[in-house]
Design a protein around this ligand. Structure first.
Ligand code: LLP
Length: 410
């Protein structure tokens, strides 16, 4: 009997036709995610870090839909959570507690107690909570500490977390106090963590962080891993380049291998954007064209209630007119329907935009739906996941009942 081989070629990008078809089928505004792309990105990481001691924890704050979590689990990736509810979502999605990392910040100790009772891996980011942890658990539960390496990195100040004015982590200059607490309570520190920011293009940032951590590693004899956080930059703009993962991998692995204290440690990362930014497309419909002396506005059926990155971080998202690909190139300012200034793009050249046209925003997977709201009592969009070429609705569009849900109505 002959063996049949099936070769599936994974799709890097959904086509214009597919996006139009999905928008027609599910309506707009609509978030669409391409599962293949998540897997491609994950494979890029695992093939760059060709060793058996690097672990990737998907920073699920980027996109927590349960179907995405289940998919991420199915490809063998672990998960990083930033709240106890994310931890519970990850467990609900089927992750083993040993594959769930909880990197907390600014939280009350009761969340740490809850995470401990759920059996997940914990990183603590304040001396105060570490002390409480020591008092309650002593050496009985291994734990990690998040350090602040005092490195300025990241695409902009709002997403820079490792610098010397940042609230995140225990400042490295407080090492002595940290060690006193650890010794006093005999805390079993198995992981050192840092995360310096998001949109990091330069591998040097990670190497600088490694230097800071390696300097103090000898003080932590029970370490089994070093967690370098996330922040890998992906390309948002035409001509933009992403972080060079192969270069990063080679340099990080060499650094670990060349140090007698770290050569046997696991290397952990927590990528969010790298895994899910490019898999996502946000489709909107043009409600109104308004000609003014300053600009031609194309007002879409969305706003910062659905995609806040351009307004909050001045983030650039590539936008294309799906409905008029051969239209003359003209400048349009893309704005929303929120009763505030919600400019997605100012004077952006694109194929002529007409009322009723469908516009796609690229790189919408990470921190898109996840940061959406019901501001102006607008509905949140639907979400669709495309897997093996088949679309599946993974979140229905809000309806009027959703707006009232939770409210007490006499
Ligand atoms: N690990 C920790 C501890 C983090 O705080 C973050 C992101 C990550 C990992 C993942 O970073 P990524 O690989 O996604 O860059 N909403 C902003 C990004 C905020 C990132 C917050 N922390 C944006 O849309 O640009």
């Amino acid at each position: 009997m002959k063996t049949a081989f099936f070769y599936f070629r994974m799709t890097e990008q959904l086509s214009r036709e597919q996006l139009l078809q999905l928008a027609n089928e599910f309506g707009t505004p609509l978030y669409i995610y391409n599962a293949d792309k998540i897997e491609i990105q994950y494979n890029r990481l695992t093939s760059a870090f060709k060793n058996n001691k690097t672990r990737f924890f998907y920073a699920c704050k980027a996109l927590t839909n349960i179907n995405i979590l289940k998919f991420v689990k199915s490809i063998g990736c672990s998960v990083d959570c930033s709240s106890i509810n994310e931890v519970k979502l990850a467990l609900f999605a089927g992750f083993e507690p040993s594959n769930v990392l909880y990197t907390s910040n600014g939280i009350g100790f009761e969340e740490i107690e809850e995470a401990q009772s759920l059996g997940v891996i914990i990183n603590i980011d304040s001396l105060s909570n570490l002390k409480k942890f020591g008092e309650k658990y002593g050496s009985s539960y291994p734990v990690g500490v998040r350090l602040r390496p005092n490195i300025m990195a990241g695409g902009n100040l709002k997403i820079a977390t490792g610098h010397d004015k940042s609230k995140f982590g225990i400042p490295v200059e407080q090492l002595e106090e940290l060690l006193q607490i650890i010794t006093h309570y005999q805390i079993n520190i198995t992981n050192l963590h840092m995360h310096t920011g998001s949109d990091i293009k330069d591998a040097d940032v990670f190497l600088r962080g490694i230097e800071v951590l390696f300097d103090i590693v000898p003080h932590f004899p029970n370490l089994t891993s070093i967690d370098l956080g996330g922040g890998f930059k992906v390309a948002y703009k035409e001509g933009d380049s992403a972080i060079d993962i192969d270069n990063l991998a080679a340099r990080v692995m060499a650094a670990f291998d060349n140090n007698e204290h770290t050569k046997n440690l696991e290397i952990w990362f927590e990528p969010g954007k790298f895994l899910v930014s490019e898999c996502g497309y946000f489709i909107t419909k043009v409600n109104v064209i308004k000609e003014t002396a300053a600009a031609t506005f194309a007002g879409v059926n969305s706003g910062f209630n659905h995609l806040i990155r351009p307004m909050f971080y001045d983030a650039y998202h590539r936008i294309e007119n799906l409905s008029n690909p051969d239209g003359e190139i003209k400048e349009f300012s893309i704005t929303g329907y929120i009763c505030e200034t919600d400019t997605f793009a100012w004077q952006r050249p694109m194929n002529e935009v007409r009322e009723g046209d469908l516009l796609v925003f690229y790189n919408a997977g990470a921190y898109g739906y996840e940061m959406s709201s019901n501001y102006n009592s607008r509905y949140k969009p639907a979400e669709v996941l495309v897997r093996n070429g088949k679309p599946k609705l993974i979140r229905k569009r809000d309806n009027f009942e959703d707006l009232l849900s939770g409210q007490i109505i006499d």
